[in-house]
Unconditional design. Sequence first.
Length: 284
Amino acid sequence: MGSSSSKRSSGRNNRSSSSSTFVQNPQQKYYAPQHSSAAPVSSNSYGFQAPSQPQKKQGKKYSLIGDDYRSIDEVTAALSQAGLESSNLIVGIDVTKSNEWTGERSFNRKCLHDIGAILNPYEQAISIIGKTLSSFDEDNLIPCYGFGDATTHDQDVFSFYPDDTFCNGFEDVLTRYREIVPQLRLAGPTSFAPIIERAMTIVEESGGQYHVLLIIADGQVTRSVDTQHGGLSSQERKTIDAIVRASRYPLSIVLVGVGDGPWDTMRQFDDNIPARAFDNFQFV
């Protein structure tokens, strides 16, 4: 941490954009995702081996974008206005158990992560974000993580590739998403703290380059029934603390909501986060 090395450090791997080489064997044994906080291990977490990844060129420092976004188009416009030829995108995907019922109205009572003939809400969001924001990422390498499954809960994240290898563009994000999701056991509780903390580490490793963390999630941070009125759950407190600490970094956090919601709580959550160096968290 704190290194002047680039976000795409030479110790991580890149790979060809061809998806045919990486078809998952349906009979292949499931391996738990590689957690981002763990020491590097053999790259067989999902049965793939990737060649060496080139080091990303150090880019210029960029100004921070504004706030109060209501659509991905507004995020794109803000990036353009801030002169972000390269925005260094990071993606986090919510794989908590609530995804099994928050498609009751919006996704024909199916799990929001259902993989089928029709794109699910996460696939739609990834596709839209890819079309609108991919032009800002000059090297096309995207750190992508999941959180909230039975191996990470509210404590950790897992990388879409072993050894923290980055996805090669949004088409690869979609490919890996479709390969990984059927193997997962959705769990919880929901906390955004682990993915925000991982994003802060990436910013530090890049030498302070500006990044945008895009979190795609189905709802709010977990609030247990025994949380007192006016109080905060453990997950809410840790998420707020992470957002406040992240405001000291060149990092903007955009939460893209999918599914039925409820969304009023998330908007209130966004508006009531205190004591930040800048308004770095926005709900779309």
